[in-house]
Ligand binder design. Structure first.
Ligand code: PEP
Ligand code: MG
Length: 777
């Protein structure tokens, strides 16, 4: 049960209350103003400041909202209602939310604020300009800040009265049941949450679409632009097949033009909302963007990418020949267009299922239940894949879907690992997802909170907005003494992984390179396809090595439990094991399956020979130094100069943590904690069993004791000690690890920014404390 904390003190001091006006114009805003104008306001201001053509806008600041609360006396009333709510009790939560929202909407807006809004609206342009009014959450340190406020948006607002009402409605949206629940779960003080409101000229685009400033998968400087008629929502929501253009930034030329038959468009409807209408036949096949507009758009894309330092996912619109840039955010979450038919603005959604939030982001779509891998043909782009548990052979289907929901599993199961890399929101361990949900039912998946809602919940792409790390707002890179590396399992994630600026790859799981082909390693050997096996490994690993030039990439030898092989060709020859987690996997299997090990080593040898000296090899599931010594001997026998390549081990069995000194003496060059396994083997909690998922405790004292002792020994021997298990993606754990002397941390792609920040803060604190202690002496 989670109880809302009682607030204490207000976030905005008297001084800042007086300093920040009720209104800030876009031109006055910089990224540092996020506390006053929210993430959306700050990002618009930042875009305008670098010369991107952003539609005119002003922001009703968070301070205006706070003044409204204080002057109307609402602050006290709200806290009375919200004190000690049991947010797990839906009925109680909904009632409290409704009460607070009604209080906010009905309160009389102070005259000064009203006047400021009116005057700004008048100043904006001609009389009765049509504007969009959007809430802009200021809780920028939330992983998905958009959920702190519900990102309410009111389009087509015309006239002062409607505008004032829309602003007040945006304020009220801060108190939606979902938002309150989210804040309570995140431990936010209700006293400190704020909301700003962006009022922006509505661009009734004649044509609009999206642009990826670099190729979303390969990262090549190819700008991809998709456009269609009417408002951009049609392209973003997937309601229409848009024209597709590719612009090569190297040669500054258009290299691809693919025209689509654009059957429908979204246009404004009356004074509120929008509607989907057929496109007249003459325009259906006509080209949306002429060369000149294409080149100009690509140029804006380049400006945005150069400014933010990472490829951007940009929304644009054109009206009467004028291009407007409507949004720009990092490309890390692309490929997950919002599912069709997002609607239901402002309504409180019903929670259908709870599980573990395994891969962040939100997405809506139609449920497709897969009971057998043979049925994955039914999966269409943008669906929500619901299954008992995913397997490597389901990865092709996982690539297509907007979100994934499983009955089983925890944060380190197959579905969780692959979804995070694909950037696809996922909720695992719902227990009853495949029974409760129905094929074709529309749901919304919140992969951060582990919730599945009924229906398509409208949002201004919350997953994407929330996923924007601090870097998206143009902050300077953070340098840390502790290396912050990234985990990769599928080569197509390499470009996204590299775009995080990580210091290398601390874990490349190669089983995904092979198992995606739907054949077991044994099948390749039995069918004399050894060369195919080596080539597949070579090519996949090379993609990752190429994405990290000059940085170390630790490639782990095969480690898949036998049950993951079952559905594949060759799976029939796999042994049936009662407990595959404790079975024939990792180094134990390789040491007995010479050919399987030899072929992996052959791929490594070829890569070393091709000059990839940054490749290190990591052995999984070692429990005794003899295994490391034997593996080294075998590699030497196959012609590897073992003393001059980087060979290390994973510490994922308590035995290897306890015997770490023997491993160090045997000559390991590095060690990395595989906490996913180390935890399950230390406290006897199956990592994939949702029934005991709440007992799976990465911070169990016994686990921490093993880690601490092993780190100390590695430091004594001056050997790099790292972590590549999921626990390394938790900022709290990262703080603890840095405090205890770890040399590097390898995290998931989506966690790099927050881990880097946690590491940097901890390092600075340690230095500061040391300096203070010295001064005090
Ligand atoms: C681990 O055990 O922490 C690990 C990284 O390996 P895997 O999740 O592949 O077992
Ligand atoms: Mg492991």
């Amino acid at each position: 049960m989670i109880i809302l904390k009682q607030g204490g003190g207000e976030i905005i001091s008297g001084a800042s209350m007086n300093d920040v006006p009720n209104i800030l114009w876009l031109e006055e805003i910089r990224k540092e103003d996020i506390a006053s104008v929210g993430g959306k306001g700050a990002s618009l201001g930042e875009m305008a400041s670098i010369g991107l053509p952003v539609p005119p806008a002003f922001v009703v600041t968070a301070q205006a909202f706070r003044r409204f609360l204080v002057e109307t006396g609402l602050d006290q009333k709200i806290f009375k209602v919200s004190e000690n709510i049991d947010v797990e009790n839906n009925a109680v939560l909904e009632k409290a939310a409704d009460t607070i929202k009604a209080l906010v909407v009905k309160a009389k807006m102070p005259a000064a604020i009203k006047e400021d809004i009116r005057a700004s609206y008048k100043k904006m342009a001609q009389k009765d300009l049509i504007v969009a009014v959007r809430s802009s959450a200021t809780a920028e340190d939330l992983p998905d800040a958009s959920f702190a406020g519900q990102q309410e948006t009111y389009l087509n607002i015309k006239g002062e009265t409607a505008l004032l009402a829309a602003v007040q409605n945006c304020w009220a949206s801060l108190y939606g049941a979902r938002a309150i629940y989210y804040r309570a779960k995140q431990g936010f003080e209700e006293h400190t949450v704020n909301i700003a409101v962006v009022v922006q000229q509505l661009v009734h685009s004649e044509k609009a679409g999206v642009m990826f400033t670099s190729h979303p998968i390969s990262g090549e400087p190819l700008t991809i632009i998709e456009g269609s008629w009417g408002l951009g929502e049609a392209v973003v929501s997937g309601s229409v097949s848009p024209d597709h253009y590719v612009f090569d930034q190297r040669t500054e030329s258009i290299v691809e033009v693919n025209l689509a038959n654009k059957k429908v468009e979204i246009i404004p409807d009356g004074s509120h909302g929008t509607k989907l209408v057929p496109v007249d036949p003459a325009r259906q096949d006509a080209r949306v963007l002429p060369d000149e507009e294409l080149s100009k758009l690509a140029m804006y894309g380049k400006i945005a990418e150069n400014h933010y330092g990472v490829p951007q996912d940009v929304e644009w619109g054109i009206i009467a020949g004028t291009i407007y840039i409507l949004q720009s955010r990092p490309i890390t979450t692309i490929g997950k267009k919002e599912a069709k038919g997002m609607s239901g603005q402002g309504k409180e959604a019903k929670i259908l299922l709870k599980g573990q939030g395994a891969a962040p982001g939100t997405a809506s779509g139609k449920v497709v239940i897969i009971r057998d891998v043979k049925d994955t043909g039914a999966v269409k782009d943008g669906d929500i894949l619901v299954t008992r548990m995913t397997n490597p052979d389901m990865v092709p289907a996982m690539r297509k879907v907007a979100a994934i929901v499983t009955d089983e599993g925890g944060m380190t199961c197959h579905a969780a690992i692959v979804s995070r890399e694909l950037g696809t929101p996922a909720v695992v361990g719902t227990k009853t997802g495949t029974q409760q949900l129905k094929n074709g039912q529309v749901v919304t998946v919140d992969g951060e909170m582990g919730l599945v809602y009924e229906g398509a919940i409208s949002s201004a792409a919350p997953a994407k907005a929330g996923a924007a790390p601090a870097a998206a707002l143009g902050s300077a890179p953070i340098i840390t003494a502790t290396s912050v590396k990234v985990n990769v399992s599928i080569p197509e994630a390499a470009a996204r992984a590299a775009a995080t600026g990580a210091d290398g790859v601390g874990l490349l799981r190669i089983e995904h390179l092979i198992l995606g082909l739907n054949k077991t390693p044994g099948w390749f050997i039995a069918n004399h396809k050894e060369e195919d096996f080596v080539k597949e490994l070579y090519d996949g690993i090379k993609i990752v090595l190429d994405a990290f030039p000059g940085k170390t990439v630790w490639v782990r030898t095969l480690d898949a439990p036998t049950d993951e092989f079952r559905n594949m060709q060759g799976g029939e020859s796999e042994p049936h094991e009662h407990n595959p987690m404790l079975g024939w996997r990792g180094i134990r299997r390789d040491l007995q399956s010479f050919d399987q090990f030899r072929l992996q080593v052959e791929a490594f040898k070829r890569l070393w020979k091709a000059g990839y000296e940054n490749l290190g090899v990591m052995f999984p599931m070692v429990s005794h130094p003899d295994q490391f010594i034997r593996a080294k001997e075998m590699m030497a026998g196959w012609g590897v100069d073992v003393e001059n390549v980087t060979l290390g081990i994973m510490i994922e069995i308590p035995a290897s943590a306890i015997m770490i000194e023997d491993f160090l003496q045997a000559g390991i060059k590095f060690a990395s904690f595989g906490t996913n396994d180390l935890i399950q083997y230390t406290i006897a909690i199956d990592r994939n069993n949702e029934n005991v998922a709440d007992m799976y405790n990465p911070q169990h004292p016994a686990v921490l004791a093993l880690i601490h002792a092993a780190i100390q020994k590695c430091r004594e021997y001056n050997v790099e000690c790292s972590i590549c298990g999921q626990a390394g993606s938790d900022p709290k754990m990262a703080v603890w690890l840095v405090e205890h002397g770890i040399t590097s941390i390898s995290a998931n792609i989506d966690a790099i920014a927050k881990i880097r920040e946690a590491v940097a803060k901890t390092e600075k604190r340690i230095i500061l404390e040391a300096a203070r202690n010295r001064d005090a002496q």
